[in-house]
Design a protein around this ligand. Structure first.
Ligand SMILES: Nc1ncnc2c1ncn2[C@@H]1O[C@H](COP(=O)(O)OP(=O)(O)OP(=O)(O)O)[C@@H](O)[C@H]1O
Length: 251
């Protein structure tokens, strides 16, 4: 276990692509054991941030720590303790879901039961089918099952609700709850605001590569000057569409 109280810490994290600052001086902390929703409109920099946390991308400035480790130095150690649902995941079309999960378990040196994990994501009945025959939502759920292998300390999920029907989304919400109950930290990006509202302890709102707000839903409502029954969508629009100062953080 890490000695850090933070599962994720970034300080001035920046990624420059030519003239585009995809992530611009991002400083955020995700506490161990919390469920943190990383929200932002298309192009806000969510996937780029996740890529930097996982060292899939090289940062331009600043720093990141994941489970107390610098991902640039401790890549293998960090990845063993992580479950990741990437933005773009690759599957072997001719292989079954069972083979995919078994492969991940072997790679991580774990003995998870593939059937149990695939049941959790609702794929038990189709786990022997070639995944090339899966729908988009089924592939997404398989990718989540692969992320769950080895009871990771930290789950980093890029848009876990994309492509899911309401039943699939409900199942994923339940998994997020269960993983959190078992003690895992869950960090996920989304623009599906309703899902974020239902599962997150805290939310960070990214806009133009910068954190425009961070806090509990109640704190964000206050910051956006909205009433107590304002939805996550109201908050999101107020914070990303108005003149709220960029980079402000909640107390
Ligand atoms: N490889 C790249 N080269 C140049 N610009 C890039 C590259 N990858 C991302 N960008 C730019 O960086 C910015 C942030 O993109 P990113 O994919 O991180 O956003 P996002 O919040 O994940 O968006 P979405 O919700 O649409 O997935 C965008 O302006 C995007 O065009």
């Amino acid at each position: 276990m890490s000695e850090s109280e933070f599962a994720i810490e970034t300080d001035g994290l920046t990624k420059q692509y030519g003239s585009t600052r995809a992530v611009d001086g991002l400083s955020l902390t995700v506490e161990s054991g919390e469920t943190y929703g990383f929200l932002g409109p298309n192009g806000a920099g969510k996937s780029t941030t996740i890529g930097l946390l996982l060292d899939y991308l090289r940062l331009t400035e600043g720093s990141a720590r994941v489970l107390g480790c610098d991902p640039r130095d401790d890549l293998v150690a960090v990845h063993e303790r992580l479950g990741v649902l990437p933005d773009r995941f690759g599957l072997y079309e001719g292989r079954s879901a069972r083979q995919h999960v078994t492969f991940v378990a072997e790679t991580k040196g774990r003995d998870d039961d593939p059937e149990r994990l695939l049941s959790r994501v609702g794929l038990a009945d189709s786990m022997e089918m070639p995944v090339g025959e899966y729908s988009r939502g089924m592939q997404q759920r398989l990718a989540l099952a692969m992320a769950l292998v080895g009871e990771p300390e930290l789950l980093i999920l890029d848009e876990p609700f994309s492509g899911l029907d309401p039943n699939g989304a409900r199942r994923v919400r339940r998994i997020v709850h269960e993983e959190n109950e078992r003690g895992a930290t869950v960090f996920f990006s989304s623009h599906v605001l309703g899902q974020v509202e239902l599962v997150c302890d805290r939310v960070g709102v990214l806009h133009g590569g910068r954190l425009v707000a961070e806090g509990t839903l109640d704190e964000l409502r206050d910051r956006a000057d909205l009433s107590g029954d304002a939805s996550m969508e109201d908050i999101f629009v107020a914070l990303t569409d108005s003149g709220v100062d960029r980079g402000g953080e909640l107390e």
